[in-house]
Design a protein around this ligand. Structure first.
Ligand code: NAP
Length: 449
């Protein structure tokens, strides 16, 4: 970190420097950022996805500071977190994300700033505000914030019921440049939320993208609209989305049926009081064989679920693995049940037997990140101590490619944090007494390592 950046970040963190003074301190000439380079988009040509190694494509480079526009805020991310979208960006799949930046550049002069030969990744941050652009009044330099990744103008009428429907909606740090894995980042003011006061920078940074996605999928009327008593099948229940889904289902009076890969993950969930766990590896489910779906395996999963429920089928399936599991997910949902999907990790050309859908009046509901209100409500649950981070490991910015590799190869559990401007793990807690009140539960979720 440069001396100029350290001076302004320390002033902003001090709590005793006036917002105007912070805003007048000079910014550094350039900054360090985790990027993929346009010149390298073909380096994995011909390799299967599993062999594309983010450690070859994700770099920490010295780059320019982005210029601030109206309704924008310059933040210093103290920490960020790894999300699967950084894996997609770094293996250039399904397409290089430079296409998103080019389209953004063709849209407006402000969009042109994003169309560069490098793409700064990262769709989560816990940060301190350093500068606000014209038109910003609710936030000021020195505010501690968490940042959600719904980047939207709200100029079009279509987004005003739900900003995820807005034609300009993008995911920050994936479909825009200047993501959170940089010493400085540029975000829209309507991405800011107050940082939960009992959390460290890296804990606070590890929440928003996956928590708000899970919140919308399960809780929001925009998706599955879960009610008390609902039985919810959660794929990847110790992963980034799934770890929050388990907490949301339990908070909302639902019954989670968790699927994980490996006995140690079963034991971790058991230690958190979740006994309804299926180990997909031990069961050896083979939903596909030689390119053909295996309905008898769907039935075997359904039978396993009924062993836990006393014969009931699931009201909601929390879907994201995609092609490998989707046929089974449609099959095991109860009559009138909902399959809510936000992703296709194992392939996006899904196949399922439509008879089970229409004859049984099931619904497939799509969901994608969250609007500001949903992200804010999810963030509030964290501040209230009703949802806890599932941060299991924290990497230095220089090691971000290792973190992306761990997620790509499914060697991780929960969320992986990335320290950016924070000097060390454990900093940033504003209210230690409140932290002590939630101590036991906070620690329990960290056992997901
Ligand atoms: P994650 O931390 O890697 O967790 C996903 C878990 O799913 C894995 O740990 C694995 O758990 C399980 N899984 C993976 N492949 C599977 C398969 N073939 N069959 C069954 N289970 C499988 O990732 P995440 O952060 O939860 O994200 C999951 C997906 O959602 C990614 O594709 C991501 O891009 C997407 N996503 C979308 C949005 C959105 O807004 N649309 C937001 C967040 C994430 P086990 O091995 O323990 O079973």
């Amino acid at each position: 970190m440069s001396d100029a950046l350290r001076t302004i970040v320390d002033a902003a963190l001090s709590g005793s420097t006036a917002p105007d003074e912070i805003a007048n301190l000079p910014l550094p000439e350039s900054m360090r950022a985790a990027v993929v380079r346009r010149s390298e988009v073909d380096i994995f040509g011909g390799l299967p996805s599993s062999d594309k190694d983010p450690r070859k494509s994700l770099h920490v480079d010295q780059v320019d500071i982005p210029p601030l526009g109206p309704n924008e805020v310059l933040i210093a991310p103290m920490a960020s977190a790894l999300n699967f979208n950084t894996v997609w960006t770094s293996i250039f799949e399904p397409l290089p994300t430079f296409g998103f930046l080019e389209r953004f550049g063709n849209e407006s002069d402000l969009g042109k700033r994003h169309d560069l030969d490098y793409h700064i990744v990262g769709s989560d941050a816990a940060a301190i505000v350093l500068r606000v652009g014209p038109g910003v009044h609710r936030w000021k330099p020195g505010d501690r914030v968490t940042v959600h990744c719904n980047y939207v103008d709200m100029e079009a009428p279509a987004g005003h019921d739900d900003s995820m429907i807005d034609p300009s909606q993008r995911i920050w740090g994936f479909e825009t440049n200047f993501g959170g894995m940089a010493e400085l980042s540029m975000v829209k003011v309507n991405q800011l939320m107050p940082m939960p006061t009992h959390l460290t920078w890296e804990e606070a940074a590890s929440l928003s993208l996956t928590l708000a996605t899970s919140y919308r999928m399960l809780v929001s009327p925009n998706a599955a609209n879960m009610k008390q008593g609902d039985i919810v099948l959660i794929w990847g229940a110790t992963g980034g989305l799934g770890g929050f889904a388990v907490q949301l289902v339990r908070n909302g009076g639902g019954i989670p049926i968790c699927v994980v890969g490996g006995q140690e993950k079963v034991e971790l969930l058991n230690s958190l009081g979740v006994d309804t766990v299926i180990d997909r590896r031990a069961e050896g489910f083979q939903f596909w064989k030689d390119g053909v779906q295996q309905p008898k395996e769907w039935r075997r999963l359904g039978k396993k679920i009924r062993e836990f429920t006393g014969g009931d089928d699931v009201d909601i399936v929390f879907e994201h693995p995609g092609r490998q599991t989707f046929g089974a997910s449609v099959f095991v949902a109860r009559k009138g049940g909902t399959i809510v999907t936000c992703a296709s990790t194992s392939g996006y050309l899904h196949e399922y037997d439509n008879r089970y859908l229409w004859m049984n009046l099931k619904r497939i509901v799509s969901s994608h990140f969250a609007n500001y209100k949903e992200a804010w409500e999810a963030n509030r649950l964290v501040d209230l101590g009703m949802i806890h981070p599932i941060l299991t490991e924290t990497y230095a910015l220089d090691d971000v490619a290792e973190a992306a590799y761990a997620v790509h190869t499914n060697q991780h559990t929960g969320k992986l944090g990335v320290l950016v401007n924070a000097r060390a793990e454990g900093e940033g807690v504003a209210d230690p007494e409140k932290r002590a009140r939630f101590g036991a539960e906070l620690e329990a979720w960290k056992r997901l390592t």
